[in-house]
Write a protein that binds this ligand. Structure first.
Ligand code: 2HA
Ligand code: ZN
Length: 293
């Protein structure tokens, strides 16, 4: 919980950057509302992290190291002196939508990468601590930096349609689940040609799930956690939502077809190949988030 947003914004002197930072909070509120409306974030489900290091210069980063710190269970050398907005543990997306400032933590990773400072001006010490999935978020964010990726956002949500799919034994392998999801709608292979990674059921919040998820993200933008939900990486929170939305659409079409008592036909390999091979228009130009708050 960063409490008074002005406090964080005052840390960064550049006016343009302040507006940009404000718009990120607008985007957090908008996406949290959609996740709640979709039923993909029951109670305190779902969490996210956003790398906002680019908003701060070296002197501003130095100032963040005066905040109280917590040791991390593991060292993340590549994350030294990085800043993240991370959803607070136990916070609800429906509350996040109404007041992102009170439900997000701002975390500055120490020079050694083995601790984080909680950037917070709440003298009463009532601040939220980062999500229970912190280890997974930091591991993925470190991997993104190592890959010099443009992706700055990691989002976890309980996408009902995808969880339901992983409850069905025939779809508990990467090959089977991708073949089904691609077959249900042409957009799925178009926007996620690398498919999804599949992680067999693992206890949430553990190092084991972090390690398995990292492996999944070596070749995918979305990773399914069997019987739990999914994790995605993207350039913005809106785009992260899009990744999950496309997959949920495919899964929904499958279940709708099944509800008629019939098996869906699916796109065949020839049709999928045609989409893969079809010369695509220029990829959409990345627009800066246009949310403001
Ligand atoms: O943030 O979804 O997996 C709560 C969860 C943990
Ligand atoms: Zn979860």
């Amino acid at each position: 919980m960063i409490g008074n947003i002005e406090h964080l914004l005052n840390t960064t002197n550049d006016v343009f950057q302040k507006n940009e930072l404000k718009s990120i909070f607008g985007q957090i509120a908008a996406v949290a509302q959609i996740l709640w409306d979709r039923g993909w974030a029951e109670r305190n489900a779902g969490n996210f992290s956003i790398n906002i290091t680019g908003f701060f210069n070296a002197a501003e980063l130095d100032r963040l190291s005066f905040y109280p710190f917590q040791p991390l269970a593991k060292r993340y050398p590549e994350l030294a002196r990085t800043v993240f907005l991370i959803s607070g543990t136990g916070t609800r997306m429906r509350d996040m939508a109404n007041n992102p400032f009170e439900n997000v933590c701002c975390v500055f990773v120490s020079d050694s990468g083995s601790a984080y400072h909680l950037v917070d001006d709440n003298a009463a010490g009532l601040s939220a601590k980062p999500t229970s999935e912190l280890a997974t978020h930091l591991a993925i964010q470190q991997q993104l930096l190592q890959k010099k990726s443009l992706e700055k956002v990691v989002l976890h949500a309980h996408v009902t349609e995808l969880i339901a799919l992983t409850q069905l034994p025939p779809y508990t392998s990467e090959k089977a689940v991708n073949s089904l999801l691609w077959g249900m709608h042409p957009e799925t292979i178009l926007f996620l040609p690398e498919g999804v990674g599949f992680i067999p059921y693992t206890i949430p919040g553990t190092e084991d799930i972090a390690v398995a998820t990292l492996k999944g993200f070596e070749h995918h933008k979305v990773v399914l956690w069997e019987k739990h939900g999914c994790m995605t990486v993207a350039r913005t929170l809106s785009e992260a939502f899009d990744n999950l939305d496309i997959l949920a659409k495919s899964a929904k079409i499958y279940f709708l077809c099944k509800s008629t008592g019939q098996e869906p036909e699916g796109l065949n390999n020839m049709q999928l190949k045609e989409i893969r091979d079809y010369p695509q228009a220029e990829p959409p130009v990345y627009k800066k988030p246009d949310f403001s708050i």
